[in-house]
Design a protein around this ligand. Sequence first.
Ligand code: R5P
Length: 294
Amino acid sequence: MPDVDSTKESKEYCLDIPARNTPFFLKGSNSLDWGMQNRLARVFNPASGKTVMLAIDHGYFQGPTSGLERIDVRIVPLLPFADALMLTRGILRTTIPASFGKGIVIRASGGPSILKELSNEQIAVDPEDAVRLNVAAMAVQVFIGGEFETQSVHNMTRLVDLGNRYGIPVLGVTAVGKDMTRDARYFRLACRICAELGAHFVKTYYIEEGFETVTASCPVPIVMAGGKKLPEIEALEMAYKAIQEGAAGVDMGRNIFQSDAPAAMIQAVRKVVHERFKPKEAFEFYQSLKSDKK
Ligand code: R5P
């Protein structure tokens, strides 16, 4: 039992120092509860306010994607360079060391494979299991304009309600169907709907014209989706422009794990996102790491 200290003469109340009231570092996240903010701080680096998420969840609808055939061999060595990892609970439990201390963004929607209508998803993780896995966020695909638009939006709102109950943020992922135009008007619509209906952050694609209007009109942080594999310099340029135009980070998959040198590529992306390297500088950094085989 501790000693009762009421007889101690002096106490350090620091009466001349006002209590701190520091706003939370992420856009639109100031009124969230402590647990929610703490989880977001496991996804976004509080020092830079940005994130480099590594997306490896592709198998949930397309099986063993090129570069992800052996996650234990090809992806686990990249973990020290990721701020957060986006993946399914199956890969998390089977393949990712539990000593991984950064953010886990769990794929929480699914259902159809590439052989079927992709927008016909349902919630694929019970938030209680997400709590058990100590995840930092739950990701759900939202198909605005898709055949099962309403169902996918309701997947998201249901997860937001459960996430709010347990203190787990929800990432709304804007999915673009084959026939939809990828322009600023579409992404403004899709991202804003996700945020209005409660997503705590949103993942969307970069577009050359008007991306800054997409980030400006979305009241929560936006992370840029990687998309199909590009030459490394082009992927670094895309990440650079997205950050300059208001993205709070990137969530890249194929442009990292399908690179000739994935470890060098993710480190180069970090330079762009956290240290504002220009694309050319970051590409030179990539080449030097690649030639050193780091
Ligand atoms: C995209 O919406 C899915 O979540 C993917 O499985 C993945 O995150 C895409 O990553 P990337 O397009 O960068 O390969």
